[in-house]
Design a protein around this ligand. Structure first.
Ligand SMILES: [Mg+2]
Length: 185
C-alpha cells in the first residue's frame, strides 16, 4: 500500500498540530499555538482522506494538572478553528493515564487505534497513515500496521528509521506532498 492510496489519517497533536510546550502540558487554549501551515494542511486533508483522527497522550490529566473538561475545551476550540479554515477532524482520542500505569490506551500501545476501529468499522489499518513527531507515535502506527509519517521537529533524539516510511519537517509539507501524489500519480 502506498501513502497516496491511504484513506484514513491518524495524527498526534502536540508537536504536529500545535507547538510543544517543552517539559509541560497545554493546560488551556491560551497555551495552544498552531504550528505554521497546519490549518492549511487540514484543508488539504479534508479532500484527501475519508476519516481524520487525533490520537494524543495527555498525562497532564492523570497528574491532576488539568481536568477532562480543560482538555475538551481546548479540543473544541481547536476543532472550531480548523473547521473555520476549511478543515475537519472526525474524532479526538486521548489517554489521560500516567506513563507508570502502563495503560494499553497510552501510545506506544495501540488501544486508542483499536477504539477508533470499534467506533468506525470501515477503518482499514492497512490503508491508514499515522503522523507523529516521536518514536512513540511511530511504534503505535507500526503496531497497527499503518504507514508511518514522521514529522521531524528535532525534539526526538532516538530516531529509528526502520519504523518510518516517510519524513517531513512539518505537517504542511506532508499535506502538499500527499495532495500532489493523489492528484498526479
Ligand atoms: Mg507529539
Amino acid at each position: 500500500m502506498k501513502l497516496k492510496d491511504c484513506k484514513y489519517l491518524f495524527l498526534d497533536r502536540d508537536g504536529v498540530i500545535n507547538v510543544r510546550k517543552m517539559g509541560g502540558y497545554i493546560l488551556s487554549y491560551d497555551e495552544f499555538h498552531f504550528i505554521e501551515g497546519v490549518k492549511e494542511a487540514f484543508k488539504i486533508f479534508n479532500t484527501c482522506f475519508d476519516k481524520i483522527f487525533i490520537i494524543t497522550n495527555q498525562q497532564g490529566i492523570g497528574k491532576g494538572l488539568m481536568s477532562e473538561e480543560d482538555f475538551s475545551i481546548v479540543s473544541k476550540k481547536m476543532i472550531e478553528e480548523i473547521e473555520s479554515n476549511g478543515g475537519r477532524i472526525d474524532k479526538i482520542y486521548h489517554c489521560p493515564a500516567l506513563k507508570e500505569e502502563k495503560s494499553k490506551m497510552r501510545k506506544p500501545e495501540i488501544g486508542m487505534g483499536l477504539k477508533a476501529k470499534e467506533d468506525y468499522n470501515e477503518i482499514d489499518f492497512n490503508k491508514s497513515i499515522m503522523v507523529g513527531d516521536s518514536m512513540s507515535d511511530m511504534l503505535f502506527g507500526k503496531g497497527l500496521l499503518m504507514k508511518n509519517v514522521f514529522i521531524n521537529n528535532h525534539t526526538e533524539t532516538n530516531i529509528d528509521n526502520k519504523i518510518i516510511d516517510k519524513e517531513f519537517n512539518s505537517l504542511i509539507e506532508f499535506a502538499k506532498y500527499i495532495e500532489n501524489e493523489k492528484k498526479y500519480n
